[in-house]
Design a protein around this ligand. Structure first.
Ligand SMILES: C[S@@+](CC[C@H](N)C(=O)[O-])C[C@H]1O[C@@H](n2cnc3c(N)ncnc32)[C@H](O)[C@@H]1O
Length: 365
């Protein structure tokens, strides 16, 4: 018991308690006749401790680990999803705290709503307010997405945000979990349901096509969300990002030279191969036009000065994810290189390009 406690980083007393209440009972015996943890007991203990760390109560945990319909792999998947969601909320809280610190430093008052809002914040509830400043439909990207929708009439737009890529000439239902984003949808846009991709509140085959644009990397469980899209629609169209190629962060000068932290942000993100496999899709490159109208992370690859603007960065979740230290360092260093001409020297080859392949991919299934 002592060894197991040490490995798990908990006290022997806690293990005795779990044994006492029947939550994790050591079922094996040592040669000397002492009770010991079998491999299955250790697996169960690991699940109990992980759910505990996520804040579940012991009774709830007992129900979860006793559920015979969930095996170890399903528990790991669920734990992974919950942890990613927790990380998302942590990012959102850090962003909200940073905003409040800035507001206080500038002598501004913070309303009680704003103070409490931080606690239940989702990332887009925290950063979504800055989104409409620069995020809008780019007509060339939209044309590629709409072309992939084919002749579909009934369209589901998952992670719809403010609806930038929703086709106007079809019957659209949007799904968007963030209240802040839902509230910013323009008047007259498609009806929007408060739900998440991983659990779509629709019957099998309810839509001709399910689409998702620049959102999959935010989902707690991307593959589960993609399978849900597959379940509710006969066709799936997804604009996402390819991290399969080794050295992919070097594709874009911003991540290569200024923000290597971006790679860690996407470390948990599934490979393009896993995503295409999940829905049986093919992947086509989506070039980013040099004057891309949608202020997504890669949009300003030929207009580097834009990344120095706070309002441009605030509409890109990457900067919140990497945190203010990395952000400030990247911006300082980019500003210095633009001033000294070093950026131009290194990236002179971009000058004549109209569009660049920076890893955006359209999955069509
Ligand atoms: C970068 S925005 C993209 C919005 C829109 N599709 C567009 O292209 O402008 C990402 C959106 O994904 C949403 N999102 C985050 N987690 C989600 C989830 N689990 N399921 C569905 N949408 C999610 C966010 O709230 C946010 O509105």
């Amino acid at each position: 018991m002592g060894r197991v406690a040490e490995l798990a980083g908990v006290s022997v007393r806690m293990l005795h308690h779990y044994d006492g209440i029947g939550l994790v009972r050591p079922s094996a015996r040592t040669a000397a006749g002492y009770r010991a943890y079998s491999a299955a007991d250790v697996e169960r203990l690991r699940e109990v401790l992980a759910y505990r760390r996520l804040g579940f109560g012991l009774r709830e945990i007992a129900d979860l680990v006793d559920d015979r319909s969930i095996d170890a792999v399903a528990h790991l998947r669920r734990l992974r999803g919950l942890l990613l969601e927790q990380r998302d909320r942590t990012d959102a809280m850090v962003a909200a705290i940073d905003r409040e610190l800035t507001a206080r430093a500038e002598g501004m008052t913070v309303t009680p709503e704003e103070q409490l809002g931080m606690l239940g914040a989702r990332l887009y509830d925290a950063i979504g307010g800055a989104y409409p400043a620069t995020r809008r439909t780019d007509p060339r990207i939209a044309a590629q997405v709409w072309d992939a929708l084919g002749d579909a009439r009934r369209v589901l737009n998952v992670g719809a945000g403010t609806g930038s890529y929703e086709p106007a000439d079809r019957e659209v239902i949007a799904v968007e979990p963030s209240e802040v984003m839902r509230r910013q949808r323009p008047a007259g846009s498609a009806p929007c349901v408060a739900a998440a991709a991983e659990s779509l509140p629709f019957e099998d085959g309810s839509f001709d096509v399910a689409m998702a644009v620049s959102t999959v990397h935010h989902w707690a469980d991307p593959l589960a969300g993609l399978r849900e899209m597959r379940r509710v629609a006969r066709k799936v169209v997804v604009l996402t990002f390819d991290t399969d190629e080794p050295g992919w962060p070097d594709r874009f000068w911003l991540t290569r030279d200024y923000l290597p932290e971006f790679a860690a942000v996407l470390a948990e993100f599934p490979s393009l191969a896993a995503m295409t496999d999940a829905i049986g899709a093919r992947a086509e490159p989506v070039p980013v036009p040099w004057d891309c109208a949608d202020g997504l992370f890669e949009a300003y690859w030929r207009r580097p000065g834009a990344y120095l603007e706070d309002r441009v960065r605030r509409a890109m979740s990457v900067w919140t994810r990497v945190g203010p230290q990395a952000e400030q360092r990247a911006v300082r260093s980019l500003r210095a290189d633009l001033d000294s001409g070093r950026w131009a020297e290194r990236n002179g080859d971009l000058d004549g390009l109209d569009a660049a392949d920076l890893g955006l991919r359209l999955l069509v299934a």
